[in-house]
Design a protein around this ligand. Structure first.
Ligand SMILES: Cc1cc2nc3c(=O)[nH]c(=O)nc-3n(C[C@H](O)[C@H](O)[C@H](O)COP(=O)(O)O)c2cc1C
Length: 223
């Protein structure tokens, strides 16, 4: 199972280290994508070490491969989790902007998207943010949190990042249901911990192939 973990410039960004570490222990392959601002709060080196994969910070920092890195990650993702998600990224996703690696991946992927917001309560309750959340929910994007409590900005209210263990649990459940939805009649899906397999074949590989060829247009593009 491959999760792309998008981390944005919230004071809660340090908790993405715990999320990456716990998801990896759930046998997930984690690829972290940091926004430019997020790198002010947590280093790529920390997330690279915990995820055991290179961290993407720059849309234009392409390596040797001809295939654009953000498209590759978008195709390989079985889930795009954005945690923590700022008011800014929520607005960008609602508008469909693609001016950095994370937003470009979000537009290019056909994987489910799960967003865990974290921000000041007034930012969360602002009609602009609430409207953006409604737009994203109407497109099938799922939210977890935020919760109420003492905020880093000194206020008490709604805006705290949801507990990490529950974000991890919801991410694995979301991927598992995606696997089971994609199973054909006669397929044998079984679970080992939180990972679903198809008769000895890593099931997500099967799922990915089906998703990539989910329409004639996409199949053509692939050729
Ligand atoms: C110390 C500090 C803490 C911040 N915490 C948050 C936060 O928790 N949530 C949020 O939406 N914005 C927060 N911001 C504002 C964002 O960093 C800012 O909107 C930024 O442009 C978001 O960039 P990104 O969405 O590309 O990562 C914070 C800014 C600073 C300086």
């Amino acid at each position: 199972m491959t999760i792309v973990l998008g981390v944005t410039a919230s004071i809660a960004a340090y908790r993405s280290a715990d999320i990456a570490s716990k998801l990896r222990k759930e046998a997930c392959n984690i690829h972290v994508v940091l926004t430019k601002g997020a790198a002010q709060f947590i280093t790529p080196l920390t997330l690279q070490t915990l995820s055991r994969n290179p961290v993407t910070t720059d849309l234009f920092a392409e390596t040797a491969d001809w295939h654009p890195g953000h498209i590759d990650l978008a195709d390989r993702a079985d889930l795009l989790l954005v945690a923590p998600a700022t008011a800014d990224i929520i607005a960008k996703l609602a508008l469909g902007l693609a001016d950095d690696a994370l937003t470009a991946i979000a537009l290019a992927t056909r994987a489910p998207i799960l967003i865990a917001p974290a921000m000041n309560g007034k930012m969360w309750l602002h009609p602009a943010t609430q409207n953006n959340v409604t737009v994203l929910r109407s497109r099938g994007i799922d939210f977890i949190g935020p919760e109420e409590g003492m905020l880093a900005c000194g206020y008490e209210g709604i805006g705290r990042l949801w507990p990490v263990d529950e974000i991890v649990a919801k991410s694995t459940v979301r991927m598992r249901s995606q696997i089971e939805l994609a199973a054909r009649p006669g397929d044998c899906v079984f679970r080992l911990g939180s990972v679903s397999w198809l008769v000895g074949v890593p099931f997500m590989a099967v799922l990915r192939d089906r998703r990539r060829c989910s329409s004639a247009g996409e199949a053509k593009i692939k050729k």
